[in-house]
Design a binder for this molecule. Sequence first.
Ligand code: ADP
Length: 167
Amino acid sequence: MNRIAVYPGSFDPVTFGHLDIIRRGARLVDRLVVAVAVNSEKNALFTGDERIGFLQEAVVGIPGVEVCRMDGLLVDFVRHLNAHFVLRGLRAVADFEYEFQMACMNRQLSSDVETVFLVSGEETMFLSSRLVREIAGMGGDVTRFTPAGVIPELRRRMMARLGRGPA
Ligand code: ADP
């Protein structure tokens, strides 16, 4: 059987924590669709297309992975693809409540959508897009946290947002 999973998120921007989940998740299925949510864009630093572009570059060479844009409800996206499950990453305890709520809500919306969690790797369990954005904005070194291609624009935008440099 051709097993398909969907890994949804904002990926604003992609971090090595996301990539760890993608690498390990890809080994469990034939096709892993990374779904970049563009509907909850309110305050995103990068546009949907930019986030997709960074991810596409980062997943080159990981077999069975593709990156897609997701405009609407996750359960509709999953149904449309005939995917078998939703993949999410879990960091320590901080993610639990939100992830639990989301998984239950998605099951309410579509009873056949299962969510499968991968526990984060020890080296990436502290990583979040928000922290990486903040560190970059304050001029910190983020080379160990996010792919090199993301960094120049990340730094520029965050510094502009924090009023620390030219836009
Ligand atoms: P969202 O914006 O949907 O909350 P993100 O784009 O930040 O999510 O992340 C997508 C998924 O990746 C979520 O399941 C999140 O818990 C997981 N994730 C993010 N960072 C890490 C990490 N460092 N280790 C493991 N999982 C992570």
